[in-house]
Design a binder for this molecule. Sequence first.
Ligand SMILES: CCCCCCCCCCCCCC(=O)SCCNC(=O)CCNC(=O)[C@H](O)C(C)(C)COP(=O)(O)OP(=O)(O)OC[C@H]1O[C@@H](n2cnc3c(N)ncnc32)[C@H](O)[C@@H]1OP(=O)(O)O
Length: 249
Amino acid sequence: MSAPQVGVHESRTDAYLALLVNNSSSDNNISTSSRTVREVSYQDWGRSANFTRAQGAERLDYRLFVSDDETEHPTAHIVAQIGTDGTEGVPGFVHGGLTSTLADTAMGNLAWHAGYKAFTANLNVDFRAPLSPPACVVVDAKIEKTEGRKVYLSADVFEVQEMQDGTLARSNDVVAEATSLFIVMDKAKETAVTTPDTAPQNGASTPRVTNDDIRDHTSTCVASVRETLFSPGWSTIEKDYLKTVWAST
Ligand SMILES: CCCCCCCCCCCCCC(=O)SCCNC(=O)CCNC(=O)[C@H](O)C(C)(C)COP(=O)(O)OP(=O)(O)OC[C@H]1O[C@@H](n2cnc3c(N)ncnc32)[C@H](O)[C@@H]1OP(=O)(O)O
């Protein structure tokens, strides 16, 4: 397994990633220290015009991980920051479509990485608690079952909260619960799917978030979370967790 390709959010999102491992519980079997995950790099898609990547630090940024072990039950995980620019539905609250998109993205990618070239045919989302931007969330997706061309998946969205002592923790209260049915495409449709090599180049005009973008971020809440994540303490913890999560590091 090759080392993860780290992006500009290395310090922050790797700290979030630690939460995937740190907050294991009996009812959440994906977050065990024995599970290895690998990051699905933005680079893996070349410059494809991926909708969720056409955002910015003030809107949405995330990293995607899929389990990399030889398991019958692969999982996918997203750690995301939802900014304050254009992310609201009801004023003051994150648009449910954005939350749904993150769930769909985690489930869709899981399906594809498990070998199912499939479309979302049906997506159900129960919004359990409101989310206020800026927010940090973790999405955990898994495959429930498959029947012929049908792939049934589920995803839970949890908020990452900053504790009084400045540490981060994943809330046990779910923000949203999603279920979906993906249908493996028939051969005719398969030929229409652009691969990273042939994808349109319009992604080239999509600016990647830079460290300057992050530093320029003016939201006090996000700034506070960011400060925590960039702190030296987190760097140490991050390395320890990376050793656990990525066997090769
Ligand atoms: C290199 C790595 C790249 C990785 C990239 C990862 C990208 C990840 C992207 C991230 C995520 C983003 C993801 C995205 O954005 S996917 C994009 C958004 N989704 C779409 O555009 C899908 C649009 N719909 C269609 O194309 C067709 O309707 C599909 C393909 C879904 C089925 O049409 P098709 O003609 O092929 O199939 P069929 O009609 O013969 O039906 C077959 C069976 O399925 C059952 N059925 C059908 N629909 C439904 C339904 N709604 N509820 C319940 N059941 C349904 C149907 O009854 C039948 O069952 P049965 O009679 O056999 O029992």
